[in-house]
Design a protein around this ligand. Structure first.
Ligand SMILES: [Zn+2]
Length: 269
């Protein structure tokens, strides 16, 4: 992802060359693209007077920022789109940049008041943080680490359908890492809780930012060494073993870590 260099510090806050405009959980797009190389003229005043802007980093060597508008403006030729609708539609670096923009805006909106003492927070001058003026609690954008694992048994892999998605695809298992746990322990715990299986060896595949709403996915292939397949029926509606040459026709797209885990496993045959 060399197109984009994220900025950890908010200063210096340069003039933006690239713009992303967010409002009410959606992104302003033109021709399906969320990254604008200039603001629409009719939006300049609204951005100057009503928006909160955040520096995101450099896109192809030029400063890029996000503007948050409290209400959406209808502009001819533009449309407001949800982030999920851009997955697999725009180039991957653009998608993750748009995801970063959404997460920074959500963090800013969600931490206007201190969670400890309830008073108003203010933006830190240098760091990407909101700080309470009373008790000095600092809140940075929060990322939740999650494991995503494809359980394997020789030439077979376990694919599951999740209860909370209607028309859900067969996909890998996943879960949040609990406080005090490392990633491999989370793989073992989630596999046991969700489908009753015990994990022997694991193989780390890679990580991926997942901006729905703010996870870091950590991907593993995990070989099963025991237990009895028992989907928990709460999160997992159904789980089945598939030979690597006979996985379902529709699996998660290659842009997702679950899709990459499944394709990697198929390719190991
Ligand atoms: Zn406070």
């Amino acid at each position: 992802m060399t197109d984009f260099f994220p900025a950890g510090r908010v200063l210096p806050h340069p003039v933006f060359h690239w713009h992303i405009v967010v409002s009410q959980g959606e992104i302003l797009c033109v021709g399906g693209r969320p990254l604008l190389n200039e603001l629409p003229v009719s939006l300049v005043e609204a951005v100057d007077t009503q928006s909160v802007s955040h520096y995101l980093g450099e896109w192809r060597g030029q400063a890029c920022g996000v503007h948050y508008l409290s209400s959406q403006v209808d502009l001819p030729g533009f449309e407001w789109r949800g982030l999920r609708s851009l997955l697999g539609v725009v180039d991957e670096p653009v998608f993750f940049l748009a995801g970063r923009a959404m997460q920074v805006v959500d963090w800013d909106l969600d931490h206007q008041f201190c969670g400890r003492c309830g008073l108003k927070t203010e933006l830190h001058l240098q760091d990407r943080a909101r700080v309470c003026s009373q008790c000095h609690l600092a809140v940075y954008p929060r990322i939740s680490p999650c494991v995503i694992m494809l359980l394997t048994r020789g030439d077979e892999c376990l694919l599951a359908r999740h209860s909370h998605h209607r028309h859900s695809l067969y996909t890998a298992l996943a879960g949040f890492i609990e406080p005090g746990e490392n990633a491999e322990q989370a793989v073992a715990r989630e596999a046991y809780e969700e489908v009753g299986l015990k994990i022997g060896s694991t193989r780390y595949l890679g990580t991926q930012s997942w901006p729905f709403p703010g996870q870091l996915m950590i991907g593993y292939l995990a070989e099963v060494c025991g237990g009895t397949l028992t989907p928990d029926q709460d999160e997992i509606m159904e789980a089945r073993w598939f030979h690597r040459n006979r996985v379902p026709d529709i699996i998660p797209p290659a842009e997702t870590l679950s899709g990459q885990l499944i394709r990697t496993f198929i390719g190991m045959g």
